[in-house]
Design a protein around this ligand. Structure first.
Ligand SMILES: [Zn+2]
Ligand SMILES: [Zn+2]
Length: 190
């Protein structure tokens, strides 16, 4: 989805609010699985040198739990704040027309590919913001029981019947040695 912002890009001081409601298949192809439309509201404003984008986005994405490997819906809601140089060709030289040096923040290198000559790549903006906000190790629930290490059954669906492994009942290496010595003593006496 490309958003034509050329009108606001040519009108200093202008504001424009775009209500986001995207069912974007391009996002799916980049590995993000959407459960429903991405919604939100973005306000664009022209400060003369920058095009600011501020607002929020809400998307329900499908994630895979790192413990039980099931796919689950996860609501992501976050604020968006981006800025794009309106005249990158003037800024590229490092000096303004009237000789004034312009301060160009480092983080403006990335977003520039989102916006070029009045056209904003809304899909890419949504994708980048989603990727930053999606957890690296998603959990279907904080107390997910995960998979049984013996049979692989999803423990959230109920017990699998494998014997419970209780670490307290296992002998430590020292315990094993002591029990061996006890056996030897018993043999000696017998
Ligand atoms: Zn899980
Ligand atoms: Zn099991």
């Amino acid at each position: 989805m490309k958003l034509d912002l050329s009108e606001i890009a040519h009108s200093i001081g202008m504001h424009y609010t775009y209500e986001v409601d995207e069912d974007d298949s391009e996002l799916e192809s980049s590995g993000i699985s959407l459960q429903e439309h991405v919604r939100g509201s973005l306000e664009f404003s022209n400060t003369g040198q920058l095009l600011l984008a501020r607002g929020w986005l809400r998307a329900t994405v499908r994630l895979e739990c790192v413990r039980c490997l099931t796919s689950f819906p996860s609501l992501q809601e976050f604020a968006v704040e981006e800025q794009f140089a309106l005249h990158p060709e003037r800024m590229a030289g490092g000096a303004h027309e009237d000789g004034e040096d312009l301060f160009l923040p480092d983080d403006m290198e990335g977003p520039e590919c989102l916006y070029q000559e009045g056209i904003l790549d809304l899909t890419e903006l949504i994708r980048q913001n989603l990727l930053v906000n999606i957890p690296i190790a998603p959990l279907c629930s904080e107390d997910c029981l995960g998979l049984c290490p013996r049979c692989g059954k999803n423990r959230n669906e109920g017990p699998c019947g494998c014997p419970e492994e209780e670490p307290g009942q296992r002998l430590s290496p020292l315990g094993e040695l002591l029990s061996l010595l006890e056996d030897e003593d018993a043999d000696g006496r017998g």
